[in-house]
Design a protein around this ligand. Structure first.
Ligand SMILES: NC(=O)c1ccc[n+]([C@@H]2O[C@H](COP(=O)([O-])OP(=O)(O)OC[C@H]3O[C@@H](n4cnc5c(N)ncnc54)[C@H](OP(=O)(O)O)[C@@H]3O)[C@@H](O)[C@H]2O)c1
Length: 248
C-alpha cells in the first residue's frame, strides 16, 4: 500500500470531506489522527476511528479547536507521545460567516482569519518539527479565484492559503511536499446543506463531468498528493471541479 504505516493528521475529520480523506488515507495504509472541534461530533468521529481500526489502522481522536494555540500545542504533544512523528498533515478544517462583504462585522472577519488562516499556520508550525519527511495538503475552494455570493471572506482566506501553499512548498522543501486541492461545490458536506436541491441540479447540469463532486473525489486526489508518486508536484493548487470553471 502506497501510504503503508504513514502517520496522518486530518483536521476537521468528523464529517464531510475531512472524514472521506481520513478513510481514504487509511485504506491506503496510513494510521490516522482524527480531529474535531465540538463535543457533539465526538461520537461520529469515534465511529470513523472504529472503521479505520477494522482496516487494521491505528486511529486517535483528538478534540481541538485548530484556531486555539493551546489546543493545537496539546494536539501535537499527543501525536508526539502516541506516534513519535507525523508524515502527513491535511489542513481541511474550515468555518466561515457567509454574508455580503459589507455586512460582515469585525468579529466575523476575525473568525474567518482565525479558523482558516491562522489555524493553518499554527498546525504547520507545530507539525513540521515532527515531520522528517512527508506531505502537507491544504484544502481550498473555487472561491479563491471566482466570485461566489456571500463567500467573499472565506474566498479571500482560501486565496491566501493558496499563496501560502507556494511559499511553504519552497521553504519546507525538499523533505516536505506542500500542495493544495481546490474543490468546487462538493455534495454531502456541511456546506452543501445550505444549497437547495434545485441549485445543486443546476451546478450538476453546468458541470462538464455531469454531476456534483463527492467528498471521495477530493479524498483520492489528496491521497495521491501524499504519495511518493506526487513528489515532483510542488506548491501546486490542483483544481477538482468536474470542469465547471472552464465555463465560468
Ligand atoms: N463543501 C464544499 O462544497 C467545499 C467545496 C470546496 C472546498 N471545501 C473545503 O473542504 C473542507 C471541508 O469542507 P466540508 O464542507 O467537508 O466541511 P464540513 O462538513 O462543514 O466540516 C467541517 C469540519 O471542520 C471542523 N472544524 C470547523 N472548525 C474547526 C475548528 N476551529 N477546529 C477544528 N475543527 C474545526 C468541523 O468539526 P466539528 O464537526 O466538530 O464542528 C468539521 O469536522 C473545507 O476546507 C472547505 O472549505 C468544501
Amino acid at each position: 500500500m502506497v501510504l503503508q504505516d504513514k502517520i496522518a493528521l486530518v483536521t476537521g475529520s468528523s464529517r464531510g470531506i475531512g472524514r472521506a480523506i481520513a478513510l481514504e488515507l487509511g485504506r491506503r495504509g496510513a494510521h490516522l489522527v482524527l480531529n474535531h472541534r465540538r463535543n457533539s461530533t465526538r461520537a461520529m468521529t469515534e465511529e470513523t476511528a472504529q472503521e479505520l481500526q477494522k482496516l487494521g489502522r491505528r486511529a486517535l481522536v483528538v478534540k481541538a479547536d485548530v484556531a486555539d494555540a493551546q489546543d493545537v500545542v496539546q494536539m501535537f504533544a499527543l501525536i508526539q507521545s502516541e506516534f513519535g512523528r507525523l508524515d502527513i498533515l491535511v489542513n481541511n478544517a474550515a468555518s466561515a460567516v457567509f454574508r455580503p462583504l459589507l455586512q460582515l462585522e469585525e468579529k466575523h472577519w476575525e473568525h474567518v482569519w482565525d479558523v482558516n488562516l491562522r489555524a493553518l499556520n499554527l498546525c504547520i508550525k507545530h507539525a513540521v518539527p515532527l515531520m522528517t519527511q512527508g506531505a502537507i495538503v491544504n484544502i481550498t475552494s473555487l472561491g479563491s479565484i471566482k466570485y461566489m455570493p456571500n463567500y467573499g471572506a472565506l474566498g479571500a482566506a482560501k486565496a491566501a492559503i493558496e499563496s501560502l501553499t507556494r511559499s511553504y512548498a519552497v521553504e519546507l522543501a525538499p523533505a516536505v511536499n506542500v500542495n493544495a486541492v481546490c474543490g468546487s461545490l462538493i455534495d454531502d458536506t456541511g456546506f452543501s446543506e445550505f444549497i437547495s436541491e434545485s441549485e445543486k441540479a443546476h451546478w450538476a447540469q453546468l458541470t462538464p463531468l455531469g454531476r456534483l463532486l463527492k467528498p471521495e473525489d477530493i479524498a483520492r486526489i489528496v491521497a495521491f498528493l501524499c504519495s511518493d508518486d506526487a513528489e515532483t508536484i510542488r506548491g501546486q493548487v490542483i483544481i477538482a471541479d468536474g470542469g465547471i470553471t472552464l465555463k465560468m
